[in-house]
Write a protein that binds this ligand. Structure first.
Ligand code: NAP
Length: 320
């Protein structure tokens, strides 16, 4: 089969399309014929060798993907050959024609959801769901600021928060991104590249501040977020690319908190909850992954450059 291999950590160009043996599913394993692989920012940190998880070399990137079950190993009961599935952090990477997964890492993909959309399910919706339900413990009467709403996690968060009944505010850096955020359910949209936009956000809350902030770029925004929160507000740090200074008294004055997580560390119970929520959301159409760009697998390097550039518009996926 064809797969992207990383033989050394480095620039996007270290990813090469190679011919490798197709894996065979052992007991409890599932082989999936990949129709689309999802690209996430962490794929780029991992490839560069600067992520907390450093896979042994060579490796195939990709924790998100969707396709059709090709074969199952002994004892697998959840799926059978021919089933449409999405993957969640499988054993081998999804930047490939076939991916090997544990039975627990494959999940049904409803007929109404395309494979390219399926490649944008787990990391984006899993993260947004975990942030809103398990960390923020969001309530319908609250306001949420999705700080960085035009990308994969942001669009998912806007859709979920809107479904829950919250008043949703989202930010994006381009007109196109802001239009998308509005279309996917935000009541208010702001430009995080305009000076003083936080004042406009505060004004939109009637001066009260925001109850929940889902933060995609904490190293830039956390200090201001702490001043933007309402009493008992919560900032959930989802993304950060460096250090930041905050004024702890901003938290004290508001009885507010800052929490963070990575999806890798999710408990088994929370993960089961996430997939149950995703199954319902995909089925009833309240979760609608937005695919902004499809690229051939051979253009993985381009995908890694573009996912790190400004102007996000949902997900970027690779098609083998
Ligand atoms: P993405 O699709 O590349 O989107 C990035 C988002 O950040 C876009 O909405 C972008 O908006 C926005 N952004 C850019 N500059 C910003 C600023 N100054 N203030 C606020 N937002 C800004 O990435 P993603 O998949 O949504 O992931 C978002 C972040 O969360 C990444 O850093 C990723 O590594 C991290 N993440 C963490 C977890 C976890 O487990 N904790 C899971 C998934 C993702 P424009 O492009 O419109 O400017």
């Amino acid at each position: 089969m064809k797969a992207i291999l990383v033989r050394e950590f480095g620039a996007p160009e270290v990813m090469k399309l190679e011919e490798v043996p197709t894996p065979k599913p052992g007991p409890g394993q599932v082989l999936v014929h990949i129709r689309a692989g999802g690209v996430n920012p962490y794929d780029t940190y991992m490839r560069a060798g600067i992520y907390a998880i450093k896979p042994p070399l060579p490796y195939t990137p990709g924790g998100d993907g969707a396709g059709v079950v090709e074969a199952v190993g002994d004892g697998v009961k959840k799926v059978k050959a021919g089933d449409r599935v999405y993957l969640a952090h499988p054993i081998t990477g999804t930047y490939a024609e076939y991916t090997l997964a544990l039975e627990s890492q494959v999940h049904p993909l409803p007929a109404g959801v395309s494979f390219t959309q399926g490649a944008g399910v787990y990391v984006a919706y899993g993260t947004a769901y975990h942030a809103l339900y398990h960390h923020a413990k969001a309530r319908a009467s609250e306001t949420v600021l999705v700080h960085g709403a035009s990308g994969g996690v942001g669009i998912a968060a806007v859709q979920i928060a809107r479904t829950l009944g919250l008043t949703v505010m989202g930010t994006a850096g381009t007109d196109k991104g802001r239009e998308l955020v509005k279309k996917e359910g935000a009541h208010y949209v702001f430009n995080h590249r305009t000076a003083g936009y936080q004042d406009a956000i505060r004004e939109a809350t009637g001066g009260r501040g925001v109850d929940i902030i889902l933060e995609m770029l904490a190293n830039v925004n956390l200090g201001a977020d702490c001043k933007l929160m309402a009493r008992r507000g919560r900032v959930i740090v989802i993304g950060s690319r460096g250090d930041v200074t905050i004024t702890p008294r901003d938290l004290m004055a508001r009885t507010a908190s800052v929490q963070g997580f990575t999806l890798w560390g999710i408990s088994e119970a929370d993960e089961a909850d996430v997939h149950a929520g995703i199954a319902a959301g995909l089925e009833n159409g309240t979760m609608r992954p937005v695919v902004g760009k499809e690229l051939p697998l051979a253009e993985a390097a381009r995908a890694h450059k573009e996912v790190m550039e400004p102007g996000a518009f949902g997900k970027i996926v690779l098609v083998p």
